[in-house]
Design a binder for this molecule. Structure first.
Ligand code: V47
Ligand code: SF4
Length: 346
């Protein structure tokens, strides 16, 4: 039976950790048995120049002239993609800052040329925030933008930019970003057009547990109305070198991460997967999360910039062999997938 927000809050605050994780693990096993999904992928962050300045972000640069600002050419993007595909990548996860100058055609060309050169790889590209930016740039509705991107080769949308969807907390941490309702609308449109997506949640900063549950409820409602989410990804806030870090000195605790994963597995009963994003949780916590409701390890990643700009101390990627060994070491079954959750190898 579906749990309410009040029940989820009670579980989060009062259930002994082991009872909670055991219950979430049973839920995960009823869906996926011992299977743990992972993808051979690469993240490609094509630029860090961004017209926004979210309080938690250490990655973006406002000025193109900043010493650390970069903006890759399509050839450079292609080089990164080739290196990944040569190593067996099945997914390219492409996201970047909101660059002030590139026309919408730049992004279409990026997808079209990658699709042509690397037909076997899934293109999981552009957060809802970027999609809204493209809609403004091209002065066209979101649906038309998504259709053009789909025609150019887009397979799926990643889940970034969701942060926390509730109005009040969103205003506090990223007031200039598109609203929660706008984020949801992009994903609604994508799902209706047959483009699957993910959903993230940035937690462990100044929010209340109620904000997390409000966020999850909005996602659960959208998934009921217009199904299309594959995975929910709790993102652990990292406080180095960003404005929010002046208020929040430390990453949240392992217990908070495990409780969040477990409650999300129980609450989001219409989501196929909960991800343990090892880049942010650290590998030991991600492995514990696999016994607390998570059924997906994201991937090999190869190059991570956003969390590492904010002080992540994990490696920036891992080999497919290590991924398999880590999952096997937990007594679980590694299942290699692509971005659309088609199984490559069990
Ligand atoms: O949207 C920014 C977050 C996101 C920080 O869809 C931060 O499969 C922690 O969305 N500390 C990008 N997080 C990452 C993302 C993602 C990752 C893995 C898989 C998928 C998927 C999506 O990173 C941003 C923002 O919410 N972020 N700054 C920070 N200081
Ligand atoms: Fe720009 Fe995204 Fe960073 Fe916000 S989180 S400043 S939109 S790159």
């Amino acid at each position: 039976m579906r749990i309410s927000k009040e029940e989820a809050l009670d579980l989060f605050l009062h259930s002994p950790l082991e009872e909670l994780t055991t219950r979430a693990n049973a839920e995960k096993e009823s869906r996926h048995g011992k299977n743990v999904f992972w993808v051979n992928n690469r993240q490609i962050n094509y630029t860090n120049v961004c017209i926004l300045h979210c309080s938690f972000c250490s990655f973006s640069k406002i000025k193109k002239t900043d010493a650390n600002a970069y903006d890759w050419t399509l050839e450079q993007v292609e080089e990164k993609a080739r290196a990944a595909v040569d190593q067996g990548a099945k997914e390219l996860h492409i996201v970047g800052g909101l660059h002030p100058d590139h026309p919408f055609e730049y992004y279409l060309e990026m997808l079209a040329s990658l699709r042509k050169k690397f037909p076997g790889v899934n293109l999981k590209a552009f957060t809802a925030v970027e999609i809204c930016h493209f809609a403004k740039l091209s002065n066209r509705p979101v649906q038309a933008v998504l259709q053009d991107l789909k025609n150019a080769g887009l397979d799926a949308l990643p889940g970034g930019g969701a942060e926390l969807l509730g109005e009040e907390i969103r205003h506090k941490i990223c007031g200039k970003k598109e609203t929660g309702a706008e984020w949801l609308e992009v994903h609604r449109q994508a799902h209706k057009m047959g483009i699957p997506t993910n959903a993230t949640m940035l937690f462990g900063h100044i929010e209340k547990i109620e904000d997390r549950l409000d966020h999850m409820e909005m996602l659960r409602n959208l998934q009921d109305e217009a199904p299309g989410f594959f995975a929910f990804i709790p993102l652990v806030y990292h406080p180095d070198k960003n404005a929010l870090g002046l208020k929040v000195k430390q990453k949240t605790s392992e217990e908070d991460v495990l409780r969040t994963i477990a409650v999300s597995r129980l609450f989001l009963d219409n989501f196929p997967h909960i991800k343990a994003y090892w880049i942010q949780t650290g590998i030991p916590t991600a492995l514990k999360a696999l016994h607390a409701g998570a059924s997906d390890m994201d991937g090999t990643i190869m190059e991570e910039k956003i969390t590492h700009a904010a002080g992540a101390d994990t490696a920036i990627g891992m080999s497919p062999e290590r991924m398999r060994q880590l999952i096997l070491g937990e007594g679980l079954v590694p299942v290699e997938r692509d971005a659309l959750y088609d199984v490559i190898q069990r």
